[in-house]
Write a protein that binds this ligand. Structure first.
Ligand code: OOG
Ligand code: NI
Length: 462
């Protein structure tokens, strides 16, 4: 709850995501080109599907359709992650999910900071995929110690934003003026720095250990490495990118094209080679670094544990995590063939318990039962046209897809795999909190809608 005089955290998040978008478009012009393509594709889809347009209008989605849905950063130390959690809390974003990417050859583990309340998600679902470098996975002990020492010296937050984070925690909110200042100061942490904090030789040693290690360790802060708008037709954007001179990633990550989208589909353009300057004088002071890219996402229904298990099994049957599988011949065709086993109508997905739904009364009169609303009763009410089931949108990420995005943007050649060992406890210790369970959040959203339905029909609580 928010005391009088404070602005809502949803508003702070919206101010922040807008400021990030403006900054990123100014810094990465190709991202602006991608945004223009996405907005053109979305407009075309809306023109050819008036039903969809009306639905989005009803859901208040139309106006912010082309706006960013997520971004990503990579942090270097436990202390940075701890403070980042407190910073995102001021924008109503909480850590959901634990993603171990070491099995895919990326020495990080991650969470996604995002809003969790239905109303907050509806206002602005902006999330930040946040990774923490796992220095313990660097084999060379000397390099590991050096990287640790470099990271220990840097300060990624401005003194003023630290004060405002404290202020948010002790006062329980931020005033309008404080919120504006908070966003301005927070933005500094995510800004690009063309000047490395290390000399060219150190950069090279870090880079040789892993490109991602150089990206995290060599700079003053965790520059935002991509932003991601939402599209209504990701296949059209994927095809459109090369036509605009944008180097698209080879394949779309996630499930194939379907009538009923499930989970999350993503694609990106390859990270740009950007000029940087190293510490130290001489001819070797200038170099390049690639980290920043642009991505597009299309979201579908959130799957239950059972639905997710089926998704994971079907995906695994066509590609291996961390492998080059996705670049193989006719990947799209094999993916589509494998997913023929996943029901492709909301009704079937619901009946088989594969997806989460929000139930609402249609307004048609009558309440033809008296007992609690169990699954059979819900089926009857739906069949009788008294209740409608709306799919709940998936708000999280997919580890295999994330690994594919990472790899494509790290040059795609690195295929080393770290001994797969998830380390959730260490991640949560650094975070200073436990990560929320995504399935529990969707279950709760579905259960809330059923409880509201029972109340609307005057039925006994279960
Ligand atoms: C994050 C890559 C993962 C996604 O959307 O799955 C990601 C990164 O490159 O830091 O953003
Ligand atoms: Ni992303």
């Amino acid at each position: 709850a928010l005391a009088a005089g404070f602005v809502s955290r949803d508003r702070v998040r919206t101010l922040f995501s807008r400021a990030m978008s403006d900054m990123y478009r100014a810094e990465v012009p190709q991202y602006g080109t991608l945004m223009a393509l996405v907005s053109e594709v979305n407009a075309k889809v809306l023109a050819r599907e008036p039903g969809l347009k009306a639905e989005l209008e009803r859901a208040d989605e139309l106006e912010r359709l082309d706006l960013e849905r997520h971004g990503a950063i990579r942090l270097g130390t436990a202390a940075e992650l701890f403070t980042m959690r407190r910073l995102f809390a001021a924008m109503g974003m909480e850590p959901v999910g634990y993603y171990d990417l070491s099995v895919a050859g990326v020495p990080v583990h991650s969470t996604a900071f995002r809003p969790i309340a239905d109303a907050a998600l509806a206002r602005n679902p902006f999330r930040v995929f946040t990774s923490l470098l796992r220095l313990e996975l660097i084999e060379d002990a000397e390099l590991r110690a050096e990287a640790g020492a470099i990271l220990a010296r840097r300060r990624i937050f401005t003194p003023r934003v630290l004060e405002l984070i404290d202020r948010h925690e002790t006062a329980g909110g931020l005033t309008e003026a404080e919120a504006a200042e908070f966003v301005r100061e927070a933005l500094e942490t995510f800004r690009w720095h063309g000047e490395a904090t290390v000399d060219a030789a150190t950069y090279k040693r870090l880079h040789d250990a892993h490109r991602l290690i150089a990206d995290v360790v060599s700079f003053k802060g965790p520059h935002i490495n991509h932003l991601t708008p939402r599209t209504l037709d990701i296949d059209a954007v994927q095809k459109g990118m090369p036509l605009r001179g944008i180097a698209a990633k080879a394949v779309v990550e996630g499930p194939p094209t379907r009538a009923c989208p499930i989970l999350l589909r993503q694609t990106s353009f390859k990270a740009l080679e950007e000029p940087i300057r190293f510490q130290g004088a001489g001819g070797e002071a200038a170099g390049t670094h690639s980290a920043r890219f642009g991505e597009i996402e299309q979201r579908g229904i959130a799957l239950t544990r059972q639905g997710r298990a089926l998704y994971d099994a079907l995906l695994a049957s066509v590609r291996e995590i961390g492998g080059a599988g996705s670049a193989e011949a006719d990947y799209d065709g094999r993916l589509a063939a494998a997913f023929a086993r996943f029901p492709d109508s909301h009704d079937e997905i619901r009946r088989q318990g594969l997806g989460f739904f929000r139930y609402r009364p249609t307004g048609k009169p009558g309440a033809p039962l008296s007992g609690p609303l169990n699954a059979a009763a819900l089926d009857r009410l739906i069949a009788a046209g008294l209740v409608h089931a709306d799919p709940i949108v998936y708000e999280d990420f997919l580890p295999v897809s994330a690994a594919g995005i990472f790899q494509s943007n790290l040059g795609g050649t690195e295929q080393r795999a770290y001994a797969g060992n998830a380390s959730r406890a260490a991640f949560e210790a650094a975070l200073g909190a436990t990560v929320l369970d995504e399935f529990a959040l969707y279950e709760a959203a579905e259960a809330r809608s059923i409880a509201e339905l029972e109340a609307a029909f005057g039925l006994a609580a279960r």
